[in-house]
Design a protein around this ligand. Structure first.
Ligand code: UD1
Ligand code: MG
Length: 420
């Protein structure tokens, strides 16, 4: 949240007790919004784009019409990457002018800790994403136009989430109230959803349930709403380290796209193919715009993403998991977020006091972070793997995220044919 509304994080490091009345502006430094690393980020992305292109062009024989739609969407997303890259510094100047900034808590006690870092730059990503997703409708050549209803309901939910995320960044909504914001934002999707409400019972459980397909009715919609609440909040609370909020989204988006292509490639069912293509049409722009944001948010961050971004990315992934009918796989991609949520439960439930920020302790002398007793994966990782710098901690957490996704692919491979 931004300085205008925040407590601890909004203030630069406190002056000595006997000093005259504080002049916060005098101790703050104006930021430089130039330290973007787009080339490095794009080079790193090749690790993903090479298998992506290999699967689409060589490994699977995907129908040319479907392939054309996917590639047009990829091209629009690529354009979205550059627009986001250009727009972030522009928007940063505007948010700073409106006092929407935060101080980097993990640099407290160093000159960098005095810099006003512009907040809520997720708003740029969200707007570019929506423009790309809306324009793409013109280029999708599917004969069945029913998908447009769900597609636009999905976009309405994502748009509503961006609005509520930005409201949260500006107004500093109390923690327990903001937990329910995603259930409000999910309403357009829940009300417009006319797809099936059935689930396939895992083969080993069929004899106990007595049927292979179970119609959940309204419970299915409740599950959709709960998934939206979980995905958004779990991204938002696995945060506070430069690059982590965007980094985890990038890793999960990579995994989702690979999963989608594999399902399109192996499936003979047209409905399944369309569901996974639908997911790709929203995840490609999410990934491209997030990569642009990552080039500013990577250590040392020159912008913060805000709850606008964490809610937006969580809602987009929830929506594609629901409409692509692979929410179980999505939940396994969210394994680190599930662990972080379980670790957080005692503090979220109020059993143990929950401070405004549950971040590690920073030592300005060594530049290293030490894990505190707050229940987060960030702190537990520091306690397990030892003290380390903020950048190396972020890399470690992203590697854990990628390993979780690899585990999911392995699990799917092992269980294929036996589970469903
Ligand atoms: C959630 C977490 C909180 C964590 C915060 C960090 C829970 C219940 N809440 O709160 O513990 O501290 O996210 O985002 O788990 N910041 C940094 N470095 C970063 C990113 C953010 O110092 O790399 C600080 C900045 O002061 C920034 C602020 O965190 O202004 C943003 O916090 P906000 O997103 O508003 O916190 P919450 O989502 O409410
Ligand atoms: Mg947040």
């Amino acid at each position: 949240m931004a300085a205008r509304k925040r407590g601890g994080a909004s203030k630069p490091p406190p002056p000595a007790a006997e000093s005259p009345p504080p002049q916060p502006v005098a101790t703050s430094t104006e930021p430089q919004i130039s330290a973007s690393k787009p080339t490095k980020i794009l080079l790193f992305s090749l690790v993903f784009f090479i298998p992506y292109l290999y699967l689409i062009f060589y490994h699977y024989s995907i129908e040319s019409e479907l392939k054309r739609s996917i590639l047009i969407n990829a091209s629009l997303s690529f354009a979205g990457f550059f627009v986001t890259l250009v727009m972030i510094p522009v928007a940063s100047r505007y948010v700073l002018r409106r006092n929407l900034f935060g101080y980097d808590i993990n640099k407290k006690g160093t000159p960098q800790g005095l810099v006003k870092v512009p907040e809520s730059l997720g708003i740029v990503v969200g707007i570019v994403f929506l423009v790309v997703a809306i324009l793409f409708q013109y280029f999708n050549f599917t004969s069945d136009s029913n998908w447009l209803v769900e597609y636009n309901a999905a976009l309405a939910s994502v748009c509503f989430m961006i609005l509520l995320g930005f409201v949260d960044d500006v107004l500093d909504i109390p923690w327990r109230v903001k937990l329910v914001l995603p259930s409000i934002a999910a309403l357009p999707l829940l009300m417009a959803y006319a797809g099936h409400t059935t689930i396939m019972i895992p083969k080993p459980l069929v004899e106990y349930v007595g049927t292979e397909i179970l119609d959940l009715g309204w419970i299915y919609k409740l599950y959709m709403g709960l998934l939206a609440v979980f995905c958004t909040n779990s991204i938002n609370i696995h945060a506070g380290i430069n690059g982590l909020e965007v980094g985890q989204t990038v890793v999960i988006s990579f995994a989702i796209l690979i999963h989608n292509i594999m399902q399109i490639g192996v499936s003979s069912n047209d409905e399944t193919k369309q569901a996974h293509a639908f997911s790709m049409y929203l995840v490609q722009p999410l990934l491209a715009t997030s990569l642009a944001l990552l080039s500013y948010n990577w250590y040392p961050s020159s912008v913060f993403v805000g709850d606008t971004y964490t809610y937006f990315s969580g809602m987009t992934m929830a929506v594609v998991g629901i409409l692509g009918h692979y929410s179980e796989t999505l939940l396994i991609f969210f394994l680190p977020q599930i662990i972080n949520f379980l670790l957080s439960l005692p503090q979220l439930a109020g059993i143990i006091p929950c401070p405004r920020h549950r971040l590690p302790r920073f030592d300005p002398q060594t530049g290293l972070l030490t894990g505190t007793n707050d229940g987060t994966l960030v702190n537990v990782s520091l306690r397990l793997f030892g003290r380390r710098s903020e950048k190396s901690l972020c890399i470690l957490l992203l590697i854990l995220q990628a390993l979780g996704c690899c585990f999911c692919f392995l699990l799917r491979w092992i269980l294929t044919g036996w589970y469903k």
